[in-house]
Design a protein around this ligand. Structure first.
Ligand code: TEU
Ligand code: CA
Length: 544
C-alpha cells in the first residue's frame, strides 16, 4: 500500500548540487554526480532528498535565479539525468523534492525579457513595475535582503521593478492571475515527471502591497539577527508591505489543489516573516494549505536549552494541527558545529554533531538535514579572493556570506579535492574537511557518519518519535528534556540532551523510567534508581 502521509516525521536530506559530487570534473557538482551517490544517500536512512535548484539559470544566486523552470541547467546535466535521479531514488525508496523559486525569476527569463520591453506588452504586468517619485527616487522605502533598495531602474521601460533579493531576481506580480497559472503549470510539469514534493523558496514573498506603502522603521531592540549583517539596513524595517501579504493564502490554496491531484505529493514552505511562527500556523492551517512549513528558528546564531524549549513550545502552541519542519543548517547559514558548538576540541565537536542531529530528529515534526551534517563538518574558511556569494561580497567582512557552508563534500581523504572533482572546485575544499571524509568515517564505527546511520535506523522504527505529541519538562538548566507520547496507545518516552560540555548527574525525582532505550550508537548515559548520569553532549532515551 502507498503511504500518502510519508512526509509526517520524515527526514529530508538537502542536496546542494553544486557541491555534492562532480561527475565530469569541471569543478561543479552535477546531477550524474548525485546519481552516483544515491547508494550513499540511501545508506543514511533518510526518507527523501530536497535538491536545491538545478534549473536553467545564469547562476547569479547559484540557481535561485531561474531563467527556465522546465529545463535543467547544462552545467548540472539534462532532463534525462534528472529523470534518472527520480527513477533511481524511487528504486531505493527515497522521495525526491525539488526547490521551486516562485516569488522571483532571473532577469534572463523570457517573461522578464518581454515584460521590460514596454508598458503595454502581453507580459507588461507580470512583474512589479512602478513609476519613480517626482524627484526620480524609487517608489517607496522597501529594501532588498541582499543590500540596497528593493527597486531597480530600467532605462528602456523607464520604470522601476521590484526585487526582494538581487537586482537580477525581479519579483513576479502574483496579483496577476495569469502569473499564478503559469507558475502552477511549471510545477505540474515536474509533478508529471514524478517528483514527490516541493520546497517552496521564499514563499512569503509572492505578493506585495499594491498601494506600495512604505514599511515602518523597526526600533533597535527588535532587530533580530537571523544571519543578517549588522550593517544591512534590511534589519531596520518591518517588512509588512512587501512580505507575507494576506493574498498569499489564496495562492497557497490553489497550489494545494494542484498537489491534491497528485496524491502523496507534498509542499514545504520556507517562511520568513515578521512573525514567522504565526505565519507558519496560518500557512498550514486545515488541510487546504501547505503540508508543512520550514522553520528558521533553529538556524539562529544563539541557542540554549531555554531558547530551544520556548521556541518549540511557542510554535507548537501556534500550530494547532499544522505540521512543522525543523532544520539546524542549510546552504544559507554557518554550519551548526561552528555556529552553536562552543568547542574547538575534535572529540567534543564530534559528540556535539551527533547530539544535535539526534535532538532535532527527536522533536515533533519533519526535519531537513543538510549535506555534510552527517560528517559533522565545521564551517569552511573561505578567503575573500575565493568568495562566490554576492551577499557575502556585499557585506564582507561584517557578514562573510554563505560560502562557508557551501564548500564541496569530502568523499575520500587521499584523493585530489577530497574526491569531489579532479578539476578546480568552484569553492575550495576546506583544509580541515579531508580528515572528516566519507571514506575515513566509514571505517570508524564510532564516527559521526556511522552514528547518524545507526540513529536513523533506530528512529525509523519508533512511531512515537515520528508522530507522537511533545511535552517539555524541567530537568536541569543544561539539559533539553521532553516527552514524546502517543495519546491513544499511551506509549511515552523521555528524551534528554545534554547541551553542555560537562558530564551531569541529575536526580529524576518523580519520573519513573521503565527502561533505557537509547540506541547503542548514542549510549552516553546511565541510570540507577532515579539518578541519571549523562555525558558531555550526551543523549538519553527511556520508556516511561
Ligand atoms: O532564502 C530566502 C531567505 O529568506 C534568505 O534570504 C535568508 O533570510 C537569508 O539567506 C539569511 O541569510 C532563499 C534561499 O534559501 C536563498 O539561498 C536564496 O538566496 C533566496 O531564497 C533567494 O532566492
Ligand atoms: Ca560537473
Amino acid at each position: 500500500s502507498v503511504n500518502l502521509d510519508w512526509w509526517r516525521g520524515a527526514i529530508i536530506y538537502q542536496v546542494y548540487p553544486r557541491s555534492f559530487m562532480d561527475s565530469n570534473h569541471d569543478g561543479i557538482g552535477d546531477i550524474p554526480g548525485i546519481n552516483q551517490k544515491l547508494d550513499y544517500i540511501a545508506s543514511l536512512g533518510v526518507d527523501a532528498i530536497w535538491v536545491s535548484p538545478c534549473f536553467k539559470s545564469p547562476m547569479k544566486d547559484f540557481g535561485y535565479d531561474i531563467s527556465d523552470y522546465r529545463a535543467i541547467d547544462p552545467i548540472f546535466g539534462d532532463l534525462g539525468d534528472f529523470e534518472q535521479l527520480i527513477e533511481q531514488a524511487h528504486a531505493r525508496g527515497i522521495k525526491v523534492m525539488i526547490d521551486q523559486v516562485l516569488s522571483h525569476t532571473s532577469d534572463q527569463h523570457a517573461w522578464f525579457n518581454q515584460s521590460r520591453q514596454s508598458q503595454d506588452n502581453d507580459k507588461a504586468d507580470w512583474y512589479v513595475w512602478a513609476d519613480p517619485k517626482p524627484c526620480g527616487a524609487p517608489p517607496n522605502n522597501w529594501l532588498s535582503i541582499f543590500g540596497g533598495p528593493a527597486w531597480q531602474w530600467d532605462s528602456r521601460r523607464r520604470q522601476y521593478y521590484l526585487h526582494n533579493f538581487l537586482d537580477s531576481q525581479p519579483d513576479l506580480n502574483f496579483h496577476n492571475p495569469q502569473v499564478q497559472q503559469a507558475v502552477l503549470d511549471n510545477i505540474e510539469f515536474w509533478l508529471k515527471k514524478g517528483v514527490d514534493g516541493l520546497r517552496l523558496d521564499a514563499i512569503t514573498f509572492c505578493f506585495h502591497d499594491q498601494l506600495l506603502r512604505d514599511n515602518p522603521a523597526k526600533p533597535e531592540n527588535e532587530r533580530a539577527g537571523r544571519g543578517f549583517s549588522e550593517d544591512n539596513p534590511y534589519a531596520y524595517q518591518y517588512h509588512y508591505y512587501n512580505n507575507d501579504r494576506p493574498e498569499n493564502i489564496v495562492f497557497i490554496e490553489r497550489l494545494r489543489a494542484l498537489l491534491n491531484r497528485y496524491p502523496g505529493s507534498v509542499s514545504l514552505g520556507e517562511v520568513a516573516s515578521e512573525d514567522s511562527l504565526a505565519t507558519m500556523a496560518e500557512y498550514t492551517k486545515g488541510d487546504s494549505r501547505l503540508h508543512m512549513t520550514y522553520s528558521f528558528e533553529l538556524l539562529t546564531k544563539d541557542y540554549s536549552v531555554d531558547y530551544i524549549r520556548s521556541t518549540v513550545e511557542t510554535l507548537e502552541n501556534a500550530l494547532g494541527d499544522g505540521w512543522p519542519c525543523w532544520a539546524v543548517g542549510n546552504h544559507d547559514v554557518e554550519r551548526v558545529v561552528s555556529r552553536w558548538g562552543q568547542s574547538r576540541d575534535a572529540f567534543e565537536q564530534k559528540q556535539f554533531a551527533k547530539m544535535v542531529t539526534a535532538m532535532v530528529c527527536s522533536l515533533r515534526g519533519s526535519v531537513c538535514l543538510y549535506q555534510g551534517e552527517e560528517l559533522g563538518l565545521v564551517e569552511a574558511e573561505v578567503a575573500y579572493e575565493d568568495l562566490q556569494d554576492p551577499y557575502g561580497i556585499e557585506f564582507w567582512p561584517t557578514f562573510k556570506g554563505r560560502d562557508g557552508c557551501r564548500t564541496p563534500m569530502p568523499w575520500s581523504h587521499q584523493a585530489i579535492n577530497a574526491g569531489f572533482s579532479n578539476g578546480k572546485p568552484w569553492l575550495p575544499v576546506d583544509s580541515t574537511h579531508a580528515e572528516h571524509s566519507v571514506d575515513l568515517q566509514e571505517q570508524n564505527p564510532d564516527s559521526v557518519l556511522n552514528t547518524y546511520r545507526a540513529f536513523m535506523a533506530w528512529r525509523s522504527q519508533s512511531q512515537v518519535l515520528k508522530s507522537g505529541e511533545i511535552e517539555f519538562i524541567d530537568l536541569h538548566s543544561d539539559v533539553l528534556a521532553f516527552y514524546r507520547y502517543d495519546p491513544i496507545s499511551a506509549e511515552r518516552i523521555l528524551c534528554c540532551f545534554n547541551l553542555s560540555n560537562q558530564a551531569l548527574d541529575i536526580d529524576l525525582g518523580e519520573i519513573k523510567c521503565k527502561r533505557k532505550i537509547s540506541p547503542a550508537c548514542l549510549d552516553s548515559a546511565s541510570i540507577e534508581y532515579n539518578a541519571l548520569s549523562i555525558g558531555r553532549y550526551g543523549c538519553f532515551y527511556a520508556e516511561i
